[in-house]
Design a protein around this ligand. Structure first.
Ligand SMILES: Cc1ncc(COP(=O)(O)O)c(C=O)c1O
Length: 484
């Protein structure tokens, strides 16, 4: 167990293991005042930069890039084999069964939508989940069946006992337990193997949203009893648009394709179609071959590095961050459960008294070159719970939004990290937060009414020029809403 003093001890630079380097690890960005600083990317739970090895793998492959599956040319043959090799690399990384299909999709959202499209539940059977889920693992299930949402558990033990109670209720049978491997908001790692065992003991299947877990902990579908698994390449240091759904061929192979089109068929007549076997039937259209190669390469590099080394590096940094952040005045860390034995990803989410979450995030960027995320992290029910928003207030928010009225959604600030994050990055975050929570911003900020973002007055940051793109729009231009 970490003592108070060991929690504050500055860990070594990389804790021993050599971790892969990331593209842009030494990126220099400007502050609002015009000076430059090395960028501190603490938004890795949203998207990770590419690993250099993944970018190299893509460059190595590109000369061979050609149509897959249907081309007779040599480059097509190579591309097809590389695409299928990437599928095998992802299967090995996830510990998939030989009877599982690995279907390439864009991301976890698409994977779970495809899964809910494919699965057929027995009449009267429901999906069991929790309010902690990301919207991607919540909304698609609602289209399939009744979803029973457990409240946020106060400990892993409570989660297991709540799941057991729900699974034992014979009057409300459960067909699938749909759960995340780790919270994208507060980082707690869920006891997946125990959940898998419980689900199977009660005749249910386990669908795991591994978007957050996969880049940080090892996964073994067989050992952990995971029937279906979804993950995204852009959170695994392979931001080239690839993701996968993995699950039993017997289940996925029976379903009609979600996307109809070329490549998903064996034969088409004027009034009928013979769908292809999986995986092709669920990969209609020309696939994202480069995304698949990048994801396969990322799985190989992560596997070679050792997820235990990656996890250990991140846990050291988290203990170091936790030991300091809790002492900052006016800052409140949000958590699902806590304690010395709790396994958490490199995620720290908090609010600051008297300061809007968007303002804190903007100050971190404009004055300290630190990139974090703020808002609700696509987990409205969970954030509502964490921030203690009453049911009546949540109802009012929903009604005002439904009427198209301006309505702020309560939110928080999230710092999240992974490979490439260093002790120096944590030091810079803590130092910046100490100043912000004690002295406030140095600059003046104006709220952008379109986005709810805060813009520093007199912002001197110049946007980069990309040779093959039109000039980027100025920073003050609305770029989307950070709240969601
Ligand atoms: C736990 C979790 N599930 C699902 C998703 C959705 O992933 P994607 O946007 O890649 O579809 C995210 C994204 O943040 C996530 O954190």
């Amino acid at each position: 167990m970490l003592t108070e003093s060991s929690r504050r001890t500055r860990p070594g630079r990389r804790g021993g293991a050599v971790l892969p380097r990331l593209v842009g690890q030494d990126l220099e960005v400007q502050l609002a005042g015009g000076e430059t600083r090395t960028y501190v990317n603490l938004d890795m739970a949203a998207s990770t930069p590419a690993m250099e090895a993944v970018a190299d793998a893509v460059i190595e492959f590109l000369p061979w890039y050609s149509s897959v599956h249907r081309g007779a040319g040599f480059a097509s043959q190579v591309s097809t084999r590389a695409y299928e090799a990437a599928r095998s690399a992802v299967a090995a990384f996830a510990g998939a069964r030989s009877s599982d299909a690995v279907i390439f999709v864009r991301n976890t959202t698409e994977a779970i939508n495809l899964l809910t499209h494919c699965v057929v539940l027995r009449p009267g059977h429901a999906v069991l989940s929790t309010i902690v889920e990301h919207h991607a693992n919540m909304l698609p299930w609602r289209r399939l069946a009744r979803v029973e949402l457990l409240d946020a558990p106060q400990s892993p033990e409570q989660l297991l006992s709540d799941l057991r109670r729900a699974l034992e209720d014979r009057h409300r049978p459960i067909g699938i337990v749909a759960i995340t491997g780790a919270s994208n908001v507060t980082g707690e790692v869920f006891p997946v193997a125990e959940i898998g065992r419980l689900a199977h003991e009660h005749g249910a299947l386990l669908a795991l949203d591994a978007a957050q877990l996969a880049p940080h902990r090892s996964i073994d579908m067989v050992e952990m009893g995971i029937d279906f698994l979804a993950l995204s390449g852009h959170k695994m240091y392979a931001p080239f648009g690839g993701g996968v759904l993995i699950g039993p061929s017997a289940v996925l192979g029976d379903a009609e394709p979600m996307l109809a089109g070329g490549g998903a068929v064996t034969y088409v007549t004027t009034d009928d179609v013979q769908w292809a076997p999986i995986p092709d039937r669920h990969e209609a259209g020309s696939p994202n071959v480069v995304g698949a190669i990048a994801l396969g390469a990322a799985c190989t590099v992560l596997g070679r590095t050792g997820m235990n080394h990656i996890g250990a590096h991140e846990k050291r940094l988290l203990a170091y961050l936790d030991g300091q952040i809790d002492d900052l005045p006016n800052l409140h860390r949000l958590r699902l459960w806590d304690g010395p034995d709790v396994d958490r990803l490199g995620v720290s989410t908090f609010t600051v008294d008297g300061m809007h979450h968007a303002l804190v995030a903007s100050v971190l960027s404009a004055e300290y070159a630190i990139g974090v995320r703020h808002g609700c992290f696509c987990a409205h029910p969970y954030i509502t719970h964490l921030l203690g928003v009453s049911i009546a207030d949540a109802h009012t928010i929903r009604e005002r939004l439904r009427r198209g009225e301006h309505q702020e959604i309560p939110g928080a600030i999230r710092a999240s990290f992974g490979i490439g994050t260093s002790v120096e990055h944590i030091d810079r975050l803590v130092a910046a937060l100490r100043e912000i929570t004690t002295r406030g911003p140095h600059l003046e900020y104006v709220e952008d009414p379109h986005t709810g973002d805060y813009l520093p007055a007199g912002d001197q940051r110049r946007l980069p020029v990309f040779e093959f793109l039109p000039p980027l729009e100025a920073m003050a231009t609305p770029s989307g809403c950070g709240q969601f």
